[in-house]
Write a protein that binds this ligand. Structure first.
Ligand code: CA
Ligand code: CA
Ligand code: CA
Ligand code: CA
Length: 466
């Protein structure tokens, strides 16, 4: 473990990216921060003539890395600084095809959080504390996979039901993509009811759109209808909302917006703390905040996303986090095929704009570019300070490198300068398609559950912080 000094200046687009552009590569746990002594290394690198051969540049890079390492060794204990949280790791007996989605839900109403999972052809829950498998819906003969779900007591009988997105066809933006719900029956399999279909249905959440305690099922397809490779940017995504009614066929439905393109995920938030739910969407447009005022929807762009041509554009995963001083940060995976972990930090003087104005974007910091595809994010308090930490699930190994898929934690230290600690947990352990957080042992701290794609597994990372 090594302390790296931040080489990019505060306000520059990238911190770690600045390092890698100079041929530096840091593995394991690290901290990025600016110090006087690092400027020697920075100046040394910056003065290398551009026409130097690649080998000469590598040599310079290694010398700079050595200097940085020495800087670190002169400082505080690197291990103590990089360690954010301590975990006991438990692999459960369940084997998945693809663990598309996982949520912490008390399915049986006994007061203990269970683990609910959407697998390729099954919906199941694992009962706390034995983690016994209960398969409530199985479609072994289906041609295509389930992809997403969202819990809510749809029929008001006291048992939690699930909205379900299925018939997932990544390459078909013309048809397919089912939206329905699973009624939690008293015993036996749950009953599926179809509501609608929308090609590339991909993510769903229940949202109280109009602050009347009647949540709508909000559904985000990945791509616009009829959009085509390579960019899939010809048409906007139809962000849909469905309000339950007694008759499944007549659920009230709305298209909330078609302005955004290639929306990989969205988060349900209350970003301006007005007590009303709003949405943060990750798309080619970067980070867009959707809110309702007097029933009117407004869209405000808060973060740029990666500004390159499609499909290397925008953001793909997104969650809102809270800092100890009350400000927000927005954590994303960027671009769509996300090889970067990015945060946007709310400026200290930021206030929600009126609907007509377009305020400056929040500053963007690249925390990590040593990954193939980050595919899940949570913002949660894991340690003893009041800041929320950033939890990231990396799905794929990066080819030809030592940067493994698995769990990574980022701890905010000085967010206005892009300074975070990184902790790599159980590298290679889970090819994380999705993760969730919850206090599964009811000991007052937040634990993490990750579900795998290529690894087909489920692991609980028990938080052992004192
Ligand atoms: Ca339970
Ligand atoms: Ca119910
Ligand atoms: Ca914390
Ligand atoms: Ca716990």
């Amino acid at each position: 473990m090594l302390i790296a000094r931040q080489v990019a200046r505060p306000g520059q687009d990238a911190t770690l990216t600045g390092l890698s552009q100079m041929g530096l590569s840091l593995t394991g746990d690290w901290e990025l921060r600016p110090v006087e002594i690092s400027r020697t290394a920075l100046a040394f690198c910056a003065e290398v003539p551009l026409e130097l051969s690649i080998w000469a540049k590598k040599l310079v890079g290694r010398l700079a890395a050595l200097m940085l390492a020495l800087c670190g060794l002169l400082g505080d204990s690197p291990k103590a600084m990089a360690q954010v949280a301590d975990f006991d790791i438990q692999e459960l007996a369940t084997t998945l095809q693809v663990g598309y989605a996982v949520r912490p839900i008390d399915v049986n109403g006994d007061g203990r959080l269970d683990i609910a999972i959407v697998d390729s052809k099954r919906v199941l829950w694992l009962e706390n504390p034995t983690w016994q498998e209960h398969v409530v819906y199985s479609t072994p003969d289906a041609q295509f996979d389930n992809v997403c779900f969202a819990p809510h007591d749809v029929n008001g009988d006291g048992r939690v039901d699930f909205g379900l997105g299925a018939d997932w066809q990544f390459g078909n933006s013309d048809s397919g993509g089912t939206i329905g719900w699973l009624e939690h029956t008293e015993s036996g399999p749950w009953k599926y009811r179809g509501i609608a279909s929308e090609p590339t249905t991909h993510r769903m959440q229940w949202v109280d759109l109009y602050q009347n305690q009647k949540p709508w099922l909000v559904v985000a397809p990945l791509k616009g209808r009829g959009s085509r490779a390579p960019g899939f940017d010809q048409t906007g995504v139809r962000l849909l909302a469905f309000l339950p009614s007694a008759d499944d066929e007549t659920w009230n439905r709305q298209v909330l917006t078609e302005q955004l393109h290639v929306m990989h995920n969205f988060d349900v938030t209350d970003l301006d703390d007005d007590g009303h739910q709003d949405l943060l969407c990750a798309s080619y447009e970067g980070v867009t905040w959707l809110r309702w005022e007097d029933g009117q929807l407004s869209l405000t762009r808060l973060g740029s996303g990666q500004e390159q041509a499609p499909p290397q554009r925008g953001a793909s995963e997104i969650r809102l986090g809270k800092l100890a001083d009350g400000r927000n940060f927005i954590a994303t995976v960027e671009p769509w095929h996300g090889d970067k972990i990015v945060v946007y930090v709310q400026p200290t003087d930021w206030t929600p704009p009126d609907q007509q104005s377009s305020p400056p974007l929040w500053p963007r910091f690249v925390l990590d570019d040593q990954l193939a595809w980050g595919h899940a994010i949570a913002c949660v308090n894991l340690d003893g300070d009041a800041d929320e930490e950033l939890v990231v699930g990396v799905r794929d190994d990066r080819e030809g490198t030592e940067h493994r898929r698995g769990l990574r934690i980022y701890d905010p230290r000085n967010v206005d300068e892009g300074i975070w600690y990184r902790q790599v947990v159980d590298p290679g352990g889970v090819a994380i398609e999705d993760l969730c957080v919850g206090d599964f042992d009811d000991d007052g701290d937040q634990d993490i559950v990750a579900v795998g794609r290529q690894t087909h597994n489920v692991k609980i990372y028990w938080n052992k912080n004192p």
